[in-house]
Design a binder for this molecule. Structure first.
Ligand code: AMP
Length: 219
């Protein structure tokens, strides 16, 4: 069975959290563009070095670079059930992806900006897995440590308030047309809410329509 999905949403709208729950419930492969870039930056690869110059300013990495990068990452996924997170972010990326791979569903998380600004202040991530914690409502068991591996958590450099505002502006300007693109294709599903707990049951129910045989536990 094939199921190819994209999750959209402003920075810190809960894409990482909802994606982890989807992966846990439905067992799909998860490819998060930001996580992959951060791993490259941490390892100081040529890709990481170039991407860093944009990321630290809160700018998007150019389309040509991202399309090549993600196409290459997708090739390495053997499964035909996957969830792409953080890509596409521009209409150019959306069209390039559609050329190589049509999608079954697009999930768009709609969270008010005031909630987002508040949220990034307490956000900590585990770089290798992309697991996201928040000191205010989803704290790790041991402060500063990943629950699964016990490894260190870090705060993202681009989560400081000035850079976040810039990222939100970019999101509005560039990603809005992506939402419209998928709406026109008839595959867009929008989910509104102030917390991931509020949004998750609706997402789960939509995906269950596509993967009905999947055994899903209570999360
Ligand atoms: P994220 O973790 O998805 O918020 O991504 C962190 C940063 O990586 C973004 O602010 C961008 O600078 C860069 N990035 C991630 N995905 C993309 C993309 N699809 N297109 C351009 N830049 C991206």
């Amino acid at each position: 069975m094939a199921f190819r999905a994209v999750i959209l949403g402003a920075p810190a709208s809960g894409k990482g959290t909802i994606s982890s729950r989807i992966v846990k419930a439905f067992g799909l492969e998860h490819l998060a563009s930001g996580d992959k870039l951060r791993v490259n930056i941490a390892q100081n690869t040529p890709i990481g070095k170039e991407a860093k110059t944009y990321i630290e300013k809160g700018l998007l990495v150019p389309d040509d670079f991202m399309v090549k990068f993600i196409a290459n990452e997708l090739k390495q996924i053997r499964s035909s059930t996957w969830l792409l997170d953080g890509f596409p972010r521009t209409i150019g990326q959306a069209k390039a992806l559609w050329e190589v791979q049509k999608l079954d569903v697009v999930l768009n998380l709609v969270v008010p900006f005031d909630v987002i600004i508040d949220r990034v202040k307490g956000r900590w991530v585990h770089l290798p897995s992309g697991r996201v914690y928040n000191n205010n409502f989803n704290a790790p068991v041991v402060p500063g440590k990943d629950d699964v591996t016990g490894e260190d958590l870090v705060q993202r450099e681009d989560d400081n308030p000035t850079v976040v505002l810039k990222r939100l502006e970019q999101y509005e300007k560039l990603t809005r047309p992506v939402v419209e693109f998928y709406k026109d294709k008839g595959i867009l599903n929008e989910f509104e809410g102030r917390t991931s707990d509020e949004i998750w049951p609706k997402v789960k129910s939509i995906i269950s329509n596509f993967l009905p045989g999947q055994k899903i536990g209570k999360l």
